[in-house]
Every structure is written in structure tokens, then in C-alpha cells.
Design a protein around this ligand. Structure first.
Ligand code: NDP
Ligand code: MG
Length: 384
């Protein structure tokens, strides 16, 4: 049976992997909306290839270019934040949330408020909105299918089990490209070194997050909201081969793990086909070739991000949104060559110390905290 799909962040790394799967299963999908920020030419090409109903750029200034590339077709073109939310309200059997950063929050919430099934890659939106988002999911009967490989693994390991029987949820972390660097070496890391991930090919922001371990910190908070077993039952282990994507240990001593190649098409396919399975062209796991799986405790001296995230999760309220916003600002500044690698966590820590707003109760509150935290993080950067 044909299903309809909208993909927000269609021109990114997750967008590419999702559309690759749809391309291989074309007859079964009807594409409703595709979005980008400003990659108008690529978005128009995808909209034509997949015969989308509408293409939307988040940056309204890029709408004329999108219109020009779509002229002579029946595909609608739109631009701006409101247009993203309007497109997210269009009926679709599945909405893929793959915009990077808190910019994805409003369209994701718009889909949730329609009671949609949302395949969630955009972890920053859940970290920032937290209970505001999960309460809307419950209120509108929406479904969140985790696409982040760790959370997708946990989701799979929990099938047929009860959260009450969970002893531990263990998130695995590759440790990123800088895992073995000393603090002095970390201080001199360039953006090119930080984005060169050994196992995964991803967008620039999440690649830097993997290098700082903020990715795992954000994922810790993401897991807390997706799988409410309590913060004390969540832990992180470094596993450089990225073969085990996460694990669930039950109270009888059984640990279930999900394994697979380091290819985001696997967790995305699991969300696309859920609750069934679909074929993918991914390379099968070759365990003899991999040979060894190793595990280490995280080193929070060199990589304080997971500690900062855990503390923000314990503080609750607005702290995770502040942490996320400060990290987004710091990562952008690092990629632009304005700050050193080790300053990213320092700026996040200082922003959290200096800005402690009250807990957000609505989407508007979350967006206000996010905007203000960015200003505070900018000020901390001036001091850095
Ligand atoms: P990319 O940077 O590759 O792509 C980001 C997408 O979001 C692009 O389509 C981009 O459009 C769009 N976008 C960027 N800024 C805005 C904005 N302000 N408003 C609207 N759209 C915007 O990111 P990834 O695909 O790597 O990551 C997407 C999300 O998925 C992130 O939250 C990431 O943490 C998460 N994720 C990614 C994984 C991966 O393997 N890549 C793994 C697990 C989670 P444009 O092309 O025009 O810039
Ligand atoms: Mg992940």
C-alpha cells in the first residue's frame, strides 16, 4: 500500500539517506513536502525527482531561487518558518524531522499537533523542548519513532518488554575522531580534524558534537525523554567500532543489543517500515572482518560535555534548552574559526552558570529561552 511522507531537512545527510531508501522503494511512497534551509537548487531537483507536492525553504530570502528552479512544474514553492510549519501540517503518513538544530522544533511540533507519526532525527528539538514536546505527543496521540541510531537501537531492544523491567539503558558512543587526544592536543584541533569522523558520514554540526561528546550528552537527554526509566538508569559507554548501537539490560541479567553497519539507512529504514521491516542496500555486518569489539568508560576530564548534559538533565526545567542553544552557538563559532575546540564546552558551562530561566511551559517559552540563551552564549564568547 502506498504511504505518504514529508521530509524536513531533505537536503542534509539524513535527508539524503532517507531519500535513497525511498528511491529504492519508489512505488510505495508518495512524497508530500520536502524542505531545506537555502539549498534551493538541490531541493528543487529532489522535489522534481520525487514529484513532491510542495518544496519549502526555511530562509525566505532563498524563495525566489527555489521558484525559478521549479518554474514550469506543478510543484508549489514556499519559504519562511511559518511555511515550514504549514507544510508540516499537511496530511502525511510519516513526517521525517531531519532539520539540524532547534530550528527544527516548530515544524516538528506542528506535525505532532496533527497527531502524526514523526521519525525523529532532530535531537536538538527534543532536548530543548523536553516535556513540552512529550506532553504534546501524549495530548495529540502522535507517535515518535527514534531515528538517532542509539535511540532506534534502544527502541528495538525494548520491543515486547516492559520499561519497569529495565535495569540499565546503555548508550554507546564511538568517542569521535579525537578520542585518544590529550587535552593539550584537543586545544589545537582544527574544524577539519573535528569533522573527520572515523565511522559515520554526517552533517558538520553533529560531526563536531561527536568530537566534543556533546552529541552523546544531547542523546542522554533525548533518551531520558523517549524512554522514561529515570536518569539513574541511563549510562554511556565508549565503543569505538560503532557496531553495537546501544543496549538494554533487564532485571534478570539479560542484555539485548542492536548491531548493524555504521549506516544511517539502517535506523531510518526501521522507522520507515515500522512496525514491519524493509529491504536496504546496506552492507551486511561482517563480524570476522571487524574482529574485536572494545568498550571504555567515558573520560569526562578531556570531554566534559556528557557531564554538563547529565547535570542539565538533573537540573531540568530550562537547563537542557540553554545547554543546547549555547552548544549550537559555540559549534558555529568553532566551525567559523572564531574559538578553539576546548572553548566549546567552556562556553556551554559558563552560559549554564549565568543564565537560569524558569522552566518553559509552551513552545513559545522554549523558543524564547533558546533565543535568549544564544545571546548569553554570544556574550560568554566575547569573554572567552
Ligand atoms: P545536515 O547539516 O546534513 O542537514 C541539515 C538539514 O537541515 C538540511 O536540509 C538543511 O538545509 C536544513 N536546515 C539547516 N538549518 C536550517 C534552518 N535554520 N531552517 C530550516 N532548515 C534548516 O544535518 P544532518 O542531516 O547531519 O543532521 C540532521 C539532524 O539529524 C540533526 O539534528 C542531527 O543531530 C540528527 N542526526 C544526524 C545523524 C547523521 O548521521 N547525519 C545521525 C543522528 C542524528 P540546507 O541544505 O539548505 O542547509
Ligand atoms: Mg546518534
Amino acid at each position: 500500500m502506498t504511504r505518504s511522507i514529508s521530509i524536513f531537512g531533505a537536503t542534509g545527510s539524513i535527508g539524503d539517506s532517507t531519500l535513497d531508501l525511498i528511491r529504492g522503494d519508489r512505488a510505495n511512497w508518495n512524497v508530500v513536502a520536502l524542505s531545506a534551509n537555502c539549498s534551493a537548487e538541490k531541493l528543487a531537483a529532489l522535489a522534481k525527482e520525487f514529484d513532491a507536492e510542495i518544496a519549502v525553504v526555511g530562509d525566505e530570502g532563498c524563495l525566489p531561487e527555489l521558484r525559478a528552479h521549479l518554474s514550469g512544474t506543478a510543484i508549489e514553492a514556499a519559504g519562511g518558518e511559518q511555511a515550514l510549519c504549514d507544510a508540516a501540517r499537511r496530511p502525511a503518513d510519516l513526517t521525517v524531522a531531519a532539520i539540524v538544530g532547534c530550528a527544527g522544533l516548530a515544524p516538528t511540533m506542528a506535525a505532532i499537533e496533527q497527531g502524526r507519526t514523526v521519525a525523529l532525527a532532530n535531537k536538538e528539538s527534543l532536548v530543548s523542548a523536553g516535556h513540552v514536546m512529550t506532553a504534546k505527543v501524549a495530548q495529540y496521540g502522535a507517535t515518535l519513532l527514534p531515528v538517532d541510531s542509539e535511540h532506534n537501537a534502544i527502541f528495538q531492544c525494548l520491543q515486547g518488554n516492559d520499561l519497569e523491567d529495565v535495569r540499565w539503558i546503555t548508550l554507546t558512543a564511538s568517542g569521535g575522531p579525537l578520542r585518544t587526544k590529550t587535552l593539550a592536543e584537543l586545544d589545537a584541533v582544527t574544524p577539519a580534524q573535528a569533522v573527520a569522523h572515523p565511522n559515520w558520514s554526517m552533517g558538520a554540526k553533529i560531526s563536531v558534537d561527536s568530537a566534543t561528546m556533546f552529541n552523546k550528552g544531547l542523546e542522554f537527554i533525548e533518551a531520558f525523554h523517549l524512554f522514561p526509566v529515570g536518569l539513574d538508569r541511563l549510562r554511556i559507554v565508549v565503543h569505538p567500532q560503532s557496531v553495537i548501537h546501544s543496549m538494554v539490560e533487564y532485571r534478570d541479567g539479560s542484555t539485548l543489543a542492536q548491531l548493524g553497519p555504521s549506516d544511517m539507512r539502517v535506523p531510518i529504514a526501521s522507522a520507515l517500515a515500522w512496525p514491519r521491516r524493509m529491504d536496504t542496500a546496506c552492507k551486511p555486518l561482517d563480524l570476522p572482518a571487524i574482529g574485536e569489539l572494545t568498550f571504555f568508560a567515558p573520560d569526562e576530564e578531556r570531554f566534559p560535555a556528557t557531564k554538563l548534559a547529565r547535570e542539565a538533565a538533573h537540573t531540568g526545567g530550562a537547563a537542557p534548552a540553554v545547554l543546547n542553544a549555547a552548544n549550537e552557538v559555540a559549534v558555529a563559532a568553532f566551525l567559523a574559526g572564531q574559538i578553539r575546540f576546548t572553548q566549546i564546552s567552556a562556553i556551554v558551562a559558563r552560559t549554564l552558570e549565568h543564565y537560569a530561566p524558569t522552566a518553559p511551559q509552551s513552545l513559545d517559552d522554549v523558543l524564547a529561552v533558546d533565543a535568549e540563551a544564544r545571546v548569553h552564549a554570544g556574550a560568554m564568547m566575547e569573554l572567552a
